[in-house]
Design a protein around this ligand. Structure first.
Ligand code: MTE
Ligand code: MO
Length: 234
């Protein structure tokens, strides 16, 4: 486990890479875990579904640290997948033809989870649509069959089981995942270096609010995974 960068403010290194997320999503699982299918819609002239087209793109290997907003960091994860900017420039732009207004992207997972990022952030070189972790196809635990990896942003921007990419001009079509009272947890950019953990409260303060939630969240996601695998086997 090599740490690539000094730990960002408020983060602590862990040797685990737990399945993690917001509580309501612990028991939601993807329906399709083998076949990649990404619908592209919104501010485009021609909505489309991407699947086999991805194989024209170069596969990128990237080692990066993963920072969860609740303050745990897993260093040196080895991902393999497609550069998000390649997907955008070489598939979405020519085939879907985004309008000039497209500047905000909604990313949705098969489990109903969702997040938003400015298009500009998604076009950064280190943002991947990953299909492999540590040399293996992504497991259900970590986002099968394809997920976003945006290392400069807190983990909640790295949507697992990615199934829809929506282009928009404003956030008008976006409702953050989870209960309304927790909307402060959803920062439009969530950059790790700036400690943009949430809105309305300073990131430094949110560290202390989030840390006590880690253990119970890991346990909840682990139990849900065990139940899912038991059901699957029977
Ligand atoms: N589809 C989906 N993507 C998701 C989540 C989720 O619950 N569902 N949780 C987010 C959060 S908060 C984190 S920290 C990471 C955790 O990734 P992991 O489960 O592979 O560890 O996924 C993010 N992406
Ligand atoms: Mo997270």
């Amino acid at each position: 486990m090599t740490q690539l960068e000094p730990l960002p403010p408020g983060q602590r290194e862990t040797s685990e890479f737990p399945r993690f997320g917001q509580w309501p999503y612990a028991r939601r699982f993807p329906r399709e875990v083998n076949h990649v299918s990404l619908s592209v819609s919104g501010e485009v002239e021609l909505p489309l579904t991407i699947s086999d087209e991805l194989s024209q793109l170069p596969l990128i290997e990237q080692t990066s640290d993963f920072h969860c907003v609740t303050t745990w960091t897993r260093c040196g994860l080895q991902w393999r997948g497609y550069r998000c900017s390649d997907v955008y420039q070489q598939i979405i732009v020519p085939l879907a033809r985004p309008t000039n207004a497209a500047s905000l992207i909604l990313l949705r997972g098969q489990d109903g989870y969702r997040t938003r990022l400015p298009l500009e952030d998604l076009l950064a070189r280190d943002v991947l649509l990953a299909t492999e972790l540590e040399g293996q196809p992504l497991s259900v635990e970590h986002g099968a069959p394809i997920r976003v990896i945006a290392p400069a942003h807190y983990g909640y921007k790295s949507v697992e089981h990615l199934s829809r990419i929506e282009l928009h001009s404003t956030a008008q079509h976006y409702r953050p995942p989870g209960p309304r009272v927790f909307q402060f947890m959803d920062h439009p950019r969530a950059r790790v270096a700036e400690e943009e953990r949430g809105v309305g409260l300073p990131g430094r303060l949110l560290r202390y609010l989030y840390r006590p939630l880690i253990r119970s969240t890991v346990a909840r996601f682990r139990r849900a995974m065990v139940d899912y695998e038991t059901l699957d086997a029977s």
